[in-house]
Ligand binder design. Structure first.
Ligand code: XIL
Length: 387
């Protein structure tokens, strides 16, 4: 029932936009945009009403859920308004400076200065901290390629995890120990992604990474994190199967893994969302005894209309439709948005709009004001079952 209802609503929206687009050639852009918006609002009786002003972190906490954000860039250090917004809305912070290329200027040294600032900021403001990420094929420093090889890879991996997870031991709620190890199009058995770690250490590199992390930081929850799993598309289906197989293997061999991170970089114009498939995937993961976190939530608005009212309504709908299904699964213990304010989002560069308009895809606008996306997320916390 819910699937049909959802598809009908989203498809109706796009069909509506399609027929309105026909009028476009007859009128000015401005008129088209306001026409889109008026039509949409007139025909779309969706309410994003939220009671009260309670921040996201409090609404989530009432249900036993953690809400937080990544603040990857230096702006948090220099922008008091962003700091105030983060303190107000978030119960968890993900420092953006814990990747190899940020921590390791050369093979022999580690630079924790910026990471430490974030962890201290979080602690001072009673926020939890989440580590991202210890082992990834990407974000490796320039020196990695000419320095790390089959002979010394194990030593580098061990040293890295011991130094980094050891440095923050007892301070991390959770770690993305391994990020993005599956990529079915690479054509390797079981969907493994081509990566230097796989090439040098074989498939056991994941187990190894979790074991070392667990030794140096036994208190932290250890996660495997990945993307491209949300939609009813053949490539997402294949990846869900491969990820599940990997998680089953890790659990069955006794790897100390506690959770799965579903990145959730959603696509604003994608209509192929099938709630039942998401429910089944989460249920399968939960049945392995693993927790789930939504770890990098945002909504790409690249292909959405320019009109701000309309765009905000679509983005908010995407957040609410996705999160309301995800949070139905009680194994989901946290939601992290990949950024908090539209002033600072990686997608401004990574998925720049063709019309050069600023992106509008996070809960707060560039002035730190709450948008419909904030309402949408708040509503899903208010309506979520208690953990
Ligand atoms: C992104 C950061 O947000 C950017 O600031 C950086 O330039 C590139 O990486 N999946 C991940 C994250 O696991 O680490 C990525 O973060 C986004 C995609």
């Amino acid at each position: 029932m819910k699937i049909n209802h959802f598809l009908t609503r989203r498809h109706a929206l796009y069909l509506g936009l399609g027929s309105l687009a026909g009028l476009g050639s007859l009128t000015t852009n401005k008129l088209i945009n306001s026409c889109y918006a008026n039509q949409f609002i007139a025909h779309q009786h969706r309410s994003f009403y939220v009671q009260g002003n309670t921040p996201l972190k409090t609404r989530a906490a009432k249900k036993g859920i953690i809400y937080g954000a990544d603040c990857g860039s230096l702006e948090l250090q220099s922008q008091p308004e962003l700091q105030a917004a983060v303190i107000q809305e978030c119960a968890m912070l993900v420092p953006g400076f814990l990747k190899w290329n940020m921590l390791r200027p050369n093979p022999a040294s580690f630079n924790f200065t910026r990471g430490d600032w974030y962890v201290n900021f979080a602690q001072k403001n009673k926020m939890l901290t989440r580590g991202h990420t210890l082992v990834w094929y990407d974000a490796l420093p320039k020196w990695f390629k000419e320095t790390v090889n089959k002979q010394n890879a194990r030593q580098f991996l061990e040293e890295h995890i011991k130094k980094v997870a050891g440095h923050y031991a007892g301070k991390m709620h959770s770690w993305d120990v391994v990020n993005e190890a599956i990529n079915v199009p690479d054509g390797l058995p079981n969907g493994w992604r081509k990566s230097p770690w796989l090439e040098f250490l074989g498939t056991d590199y994941i187990d190894l990474a979790f074991r070392i992390t667990s030794e140096v930081d036994p208190q932290s929850l250890l996660f495997y994190n990945d993307f491209g799993l949300e939609y009813d598309k053949p490539e997402h289906e294949a990846k869900r199967t491969a990820v599940l197989k990997l998680l089953e293997k890790l659990k069955s061999q006794g790897t100390p893994i506690h959770g799965f991170g579903m990145q959730s970089h959603l696509d604003g114009h994608e209509t192929r969302f099938n709630p039942q498939k998401l429910r089944n995937f989460f249920r399968d993961i939960a049945s392995l005894g693993l927790k789930i976190m939504i770890t990098e939530l945002d909504v790409v608005d690249k292909k959405l209309p320019k009109d701000i009212d309309l765009r905000d309504r679509i983005v908010a709908s995407v957040y609410e439709d996705y999160l309301s299904v995800a949070l139905d699964e009680k194994a989901v213990i946290g939601v992290i948005t990949w950024g908090l304010s539209d002033r600072y989002t990686w997608l401004a560069e990574f998925h720049r709009r063709d019309d050069q308009e600023p992106v509008r895809l996070l809960p707060l606008d560039t002035q730190m004001q709450r948008k419909l996306s904030w309402n949408a997320i708040a509503r899903t916390f208010d309506n979520a079952p208690q953990r």
